[in-house]
Every structure is written in C-alpha cells, then in structure tokens.
Ligand binder design. Structure first.
Ligand code: HEM
Length: 244
C-alpha cells in the first residue's frame, strides 16, 4: 500500500483530492459545488474561499451588461477572478443558445472558450467552442475538440455551431453560438444527476491569432464546473448568479 502511494501520489485539484487510478478512469469530484481556483495561488487549504472573499472586497470596475445578453434565460459567473460568465437558453427539444463573456481591454486582446463534457481533470474528449476577434476585426468562433489530456485543442466538425457571433460591447468580449444538445462526443443532458453531474471546462487566454485558424496561445486562466442546463440551482450557489 505504501509503495502504491509513493508511485501514484494523490493529485490535489482545486480543493478536492483525486487519485489517478489509470489514464481511463472516470474521476468523480466529491463536491460538485466547489468554486475553483483559476490561476490564484493555492497558498493555503482555504483556497479558493479566502481569495474570493478578498477579491469581492476589492472595488471592481462595473461594466454594463450588453443589452442583448439580457435575453438569455440564465446567467452564472463561473469564475470571479476573470469574471467569466456563461449565459444560456434552452429551446426544447434539442437546441441550446449560449454566450460566454469576459471583460477585456480591447476587442482582440483575448480568446474565450468553453468545453462540454470533459473527463476532468483533463481537457480530453471535451467538445470545445473557442472564439475571438482578430486585430483586423474578423470574428472567429471555432468548433474544436481536445484529443489529449492537456494541450491545444484541434478544429473539428463533430459539433455543428449555428448563429455564431463575437462582440465587444461595454468592455465585455462575448462569444455566442447555438448547438444541438445531442451533438458531439459528450451530448449535453437536460437534467443530469447532481453527482457526478455534467462537467464543462472554461478557459481564456491572450489572443495572438490573426485568422480563424492556428494554435491559440496557452490559457492564462482555466477551470471547470458541474452544470445542469435545466435546473442550474441544483448545482450552482445563488451567489454565482450574474448581478449586473
Ligand atoms: C489554447 C491551447 C491550449 C493549450 C496549449 C492548453 C494546454 C494545457 C495544459 C498544458 C494543461 C495542464 C497544465 C495546466 O493545468 O495549466 C491544461 C489544463 C487545462 N486546460 Fe488547457 N490548453 C489549451 C486550451 C484549453 C481550452 C480551450 C480549454 C477550455 C475550453 C482548456 C481547459 C483546460 C482545463 C480545465 C485544464 C485543467 C485540467 C487539469 O487541471 O487537469 N484548455 N491545458
């Protein structure tokens, strides 16, 4: 047993401890509701609660939510450090309209992405949507997938994206799309069991791309959440609701 522990030490993630059993093992987080650390320093066992509390006390610039995003039925802030927001509406039986949004200082500064159904920890199998605006103003929304545990995703047509748009309004960089719930490697269930739930990963990074192809720069921040598209309050704390 001691030898096993030496060979396969527990992997500490967020505030949960997982044990890697094999490369194909499904890892179940013990608490679906744990906020993540983003790139915050994991200085103590209270991470991320302490940092989030401190951040909330800091005076943030309040940016007005772009008017058209108020038409979405749901909005939750997945991460407080980079104010990563996810908006969505479900159109039954099989379509989801979604927006992912972060503050940016100019329209082509960053890329923003969401990945559906990763086998966390890891990016692999995730159906990713990654969007940005090039320095010449071209809007790029790319359907991608992560074939490896970690590393840059590749373009794919596994998930067909419709109604794609990227906007930069009131300081918010927003990527919008709709997709079939049933598409992709990891179809989005309407009401997954709370445990183990359905995972989404999210990320943002500096944009260096001048066209809608090529390898995006490594993320500055990334994380994951368990989500329930029909009954989000079963997995999200009320404090995650978008407030402005
Ligand atoms: C742009 C190219 C990308 C590269 C080169 C890349 C590379 C990596 C690497 C090396 C790691 C492991 C080290 C670390 O945790 O930082 C990682 C982890 C991660 N990446 Fe990416 N990534 C890319 C894009 C993305 C995208 C688009 C998403 C989300 C949609 C994402 C989500 C994640 C998540 C959630 C983790 C944490 C997994 C864990 O902790 O085990 N990545 N990535």
């Amino acid at each position: 047993m001691n030898l096993l522990v030496l060979l396969f030490p527990p992997v500490v993630h967020l505030n949960a401890t997982f044990t890697r059993v094999s490369n194909n093992a499904t890892v179940i987080p013990f608490n679906a509701n744990i906020p993540d650390c983003g790139n915050q320093p994991k200085t103590d066992n209270n991470c991320p609660y302490k940092d989030i509390e401190n951040k909330k006390k800091e005076k943030k610039i309040t940016r007005k939510t772009p008017e058209h995003l108020l038409n979405y039925d749901r909005c939750y802030q997945l991460n407080d450090e980079v104010e990563y927001r996810i908006y969505w509406s479900v159109s039954l039986p099989d379509t989801i309209m979604m927006a992912i949004s972060i503050p940016a200082t100019n329209e082509s500064e960053k890329w923003v992405a969401v990945g559906f159904g990763s086998i966390f920890p890891g990016m692999n199998t995730s159906d990713i949507v990654l969007g940005y605006i090039t320095p010449t103003g071209t809007q790029c929304v790319r359907s991608m997938t992560a074939v490896n545990f970690v590393g840059a995703p590749i373009d794919t047509d596994t998930v067909a994206l419709q109604n794609t748009a990227v906007s930069y309004i009131n300081g918010w960089l927003t990527v919008e799309f709709s997709r079939k719930l049933s598409d992709g490697h990891n179809p989005i269930p309407l009401n997954p069991p709370v445990m183990p739930g359905y995972s989404v990963i999210w990320a943002t990074g500096d944009n260096v791309l001048t066209q809608c192809s090529g390898k995006p720069k490594y993320h500055s921040h990334r994380g994951y959440r368990v989500i329930n598209v029909m009954y989000p309050d079963t997995v999200f704390d009320h404090s995650r609701l978008c407030t402005n």
